[in-house]
Design a protein around this ligand. Structure first.
Ligand code: ADP
Ligand code: ZN
Length: 431
């Protein structure tokens, strides 16, 4: 079994907690000196840096929210002189206008270092060829992976997303072994190969995919694994905390180890802000312990997950996060019922006759229609006679989401595919 940084990855919990406390104290001292926004916030909470005496004192600190990042745009949260900033990223803006995120030299290197831990954790070595299909640019997704994979010594192909013809050519010509990809594009690519008569098991050297940037279900993971004949590892990150590489699955694929020497984790009840114990589901809150340019205290990610209690057999002592079940702001309220798009995805992706793309359309006064692509295999060019399948999908969805949607079956490959993060929900309701 190999580690990138064995000492840190297998550090004893007591030593880890001592390190966390030291780093937390240092970061609170620093933002209290350098960031007027935090000076005000700490004063509002009546907390001074010297009040942080144990990790439990974390709870005395203020939350930082998405809105705080937008309100302080562009430089209000910068904690170093602007001439020491090495790189600017913005969040991809899935929800609202962008946020500016700064990296110092140390931050850039540290993000790559954590990414390297993640890659080696799944068995990647310098012999691997990694084709990076995330968007290069302001989005952190591609660059942080790129630097991390270079650190490990992989051959990195900066392909970016889309242009499937070219992706396939690169994969064939350079014997790509690992891809970094969104779940929606991975599914699309699998379809594309099928259409081109490419059998990935026979014709490609592909062994693994790192899949993240948007939420997806276990059913989708299995679908990608089966279609491409590979192992899919869940990869979680957010630009506010480096980008990818903050939580990643090890070879056991049973939850994502989050690097606790760099991040303090809390799970809270999103309505009350109260902390929840390990094992309970709530909103993930992260405190960046090592970020230099823009350290955030108790950042409310809005991502819904839980901490998996107990150790992992890989020997890493950093706790694991359960697959995200969505974002708190993803939740749809349809006819008074709370629905997460993931619930719908779980049902659809468990049915073999369903293809790899779907869309949820809300219109009028809470009319929900789900457009469902059929699988390529077994499709005879007609959808009209598939009434049995259609009612089976309606019944299964009703059992899961407790409201009856309209289901509209469409031929494979007819729904729009996005190059970056998928846009699955179209909400045209007149409120
Ligand atoms: P945004 O989407 O907010 O513009 P980012 O590009 O930083 O900004 O995306 C980070 C977000 O993407 C996370 O907060 C989370 O909602 C989502 N995300 C990333 N990886 C995963 C994953 N593996 N599973 C579920 N959601 C993910
Ligand atoms: Zn593990």
């Amino acid at each position: 079994m190999t580690y990138w940084d064995q000492k840190t990855e297998t550090i004893e919990r007591a030593a880890l907690e001592a390190l966390q406390l030291k780093r937390l104290q240092a970061i609170v001292r620093r933002v209290a000196r350098k960031v007027p926004f935090y000076q005000r916030k700490l004063a509002d909470c009546g907390v001074q840096p010297r009040d942080i005496r144990s990790l439990a004192d974390l709870r005395r600190l203020p939350f930082t929210t998405n809105t705080d990042l937008r309100d302080t745009y562009p430089t209000g949260l910068l904690a170093i002189p602007s001439e020491d900033v090495l790189r600017l990223h913005t969040s991809s803006g899935t929800t609202g206008k962008p946020k500016a995120l700064f990296f110092s030299r140390r931050d850039v290197d540290n993000a790559a270092e954590l990414m390297a831990r993640c890659l080696v954790m799944t068995g990647v070595t310098h012999r691997d060829v990694l084709q990076n299909m995330m968007t290069y640019g302001l989005f952190t997704g591609a660059l942080v992976m790129h630097y991390g994979a270079e650190k490990v010594g992989c051959l990195v192909i900066p392909a970016g997303p889309g242009n499937s013809e070219k992706q396939l050519l690169l994969m064939q010509d350079f014997r790509t072994t690992v891809i970094h990809v969104t779940p929606s594009y991975a599914l699309y690519l699998a379809d594309f190969m099928e259409k081109k008569g490419v059998d990935p098991r026979r014709d490609l050297a592909l062994r693994k995919a790192f899949v993240g940037a948007e939420s997806y279900t276990e059913e989708t993971r299995r679908k990608i694994e089966q279609a491409l004949g590979i192992d899919v590892y869940n990869s979680y990150g957010l630009s506010e905390m480096n980008g990818p590489g903050i939580a990643f699955e090890c070879e056991h694929k049973c939850g994502m180890h989050i690097w606790e020497d760099n991040f303090l984790i809390e799970i809270i009840d999103p309505r009350t802000g109260e902390p929840l114990p390990d094992g309970q589901t709530g909103e993930l809150v992260l405190t960046a312990l090592c970020r230099e340019a823009m350290p955030l205290l108790r950042y409310r990610t809005r991502d819904i997950t839980s901490i998996i209690p107990g150790p992992c057999s890989c020997g890493r002592t950093h706790r694991r996060l359960h697959r995200m079940t969505g974002r708190s702001d993803d939740m749809l309220i349809v006819r008074g019922v709370n629905i997460y798009p993931q619930q719908i995805e779980r049902v659809l992706m468990s049915l073999p006759s369903v293809g790899r793309n779907y869309q949820i359309v809300l219109e009028g006064l809470d009319e929900m229609t789900i457009n469902v692509e059929l699988a390529e295999a077994g499709f005879d060019g007609h959808v009209e006679h598939l009434t049995r399948l259609q009612s089976e999908i309606v019944d299964r969805l009703r059992a899961e989401i407790l409201t009856k949607p309209k289901v509209h079956l469409v031929p494979p490959g007819t729904l729009p595919v996005s190059e970056g993060k998928a846009k699955r929900v179209i909400d045209n309701r007149s409120l």
